[in-house]
Design a protein around this ligand. Structure first.
Ligand code: FE2
Ligand code: FE2
Length: 298
């Protein structure tokens, strides 16, 4: 069976001036040495930057699979594109279809030539990773979960992610987790190797590193609990733990912090691209060594 040359990146945040030197250098490197498959782990770019990012990725000339990220969901109050769910469920899939990209949120990518199936999800948050600890340690501050308020400032998703009436972060989390369970079931029936990619961390092991929970200068312990509350959810975590023996690789993004580890036989990696410095992971076959290249300002 052929071994795929795989490349993985995430959090390009296309169009932000602080990101573009790294983004352009990364696209150039991929064009010079295109992989068999490229996976992109969300936060491609807000608003029109999403399609600009896809146009740039299309110049690489290799098959591409991606998931959406929370920044890709941002809409303005009177946005002509509609609400965040419409952007997620109609517009972004359409933009991917136009370019022949695999939007993993819509369904698994089956690659029989590699005996490989790739599943993915934006993955969302429902506070389940931190609500209990927050209530125990900071009982007067549980209001911060719904308001998404830190001791300093507010999470921008609270302002720019606009679900339609009747939908909340909790219902979106549950919907995406159910979809992922179905996609994963299908993928496991189709191939013996399965790769899973999420934007929001799939597991706490791929979330903010423990060092980020230290007090000052990065914020208070309560702020870190809040960040965890907005990072992932127990439903997807349980699903992954249940099927860990069937997963070759679990990839996440969002935190902008590199992490790697293992869960049973599954390798875990958070891509860790930051705003100015973009990480590109290359793998020669799923068992191969991970090589990480970084692209940023000269
Ligand atoms: Fe990001
Ligand atoms: Fe993100």
């Amino acid at each position: 069976m052929a071994k795929p040359k795989l490349a993985i990146t995430a959090d390009l945040h296309w169009g932000l001036p602080k990101c573009q030197p790294g983004n352009l250098a990364l696209i150039h490197a991929l064009r010079e040495n295109p992989p068999d498959l490229l996976l992109v782990g969300g936060d491609q770019g807000a608003d029109t930057h999403f399609t600009e990012c896809l146009d740039a990725l299309a110049t690489i000339g290799c098959p591409i699979g991606l998931v959406a990220g929370n920044h890709d969901m941002w809409v303005r109050a009177e946005d002509s594109r509609g609400d965040s769910w419409r952007v997620f469920n109609q517009l972004l899939p359409e933009e991917c279809r136009k370019r022949g990209f695999h939007n993993l949120d819509q369904g698994p990518w089956i690659l029989p030539q590699f005996d490989l199936a790739i599943v993915g999800t934006m993955n969302w948050y429902d506070h389940s990773w931190a609500a209990e600890e927050l209530a125990n340690r900071f009982p007067k501050d549980t209001w911060r979960l719904e308001q998404m308020c830190f001791t300093r400032g507010r999470h921008n998703d609270r302002v720019y992610v606009r679900w339609p009436d009747g939908m909340t972060n909790h219902t979106v989390t549950s919907l995406l987790a159910t979809q992922l369970a179905n996609h994963l079931q299908f993928a496991m029936e189709k191939a013996s190797q399965v790769v899973l990619m999420t934007h929001h961390p799939a597991l706490p092991e791929l979330g903010f590193p423990p060092s980020a929970r230290e007090p000052e200068p990065d914020g208070t312990p309560m702020d870190h609990l809040l960040w965890e509350a907005f990072s992932g959810n127990s439903m997807v975590e349980s699903l992954i733990r249940l099927h860990a023996d069937r997963l070759s690789l679990v990839i996440s993004g969002h935190t902008h912090r590199w992490r790697c580890g293992t869960l049973g036989k599954a390798r875990l990696v958070n891509v860790g691209s930051d705003y100015p410095v973009k990480n590109l992971i290359r793998l020669d076959g799923l068992e191969g060594e991970m090589e990480v290249e970084q692209f940023g300002p000269e």
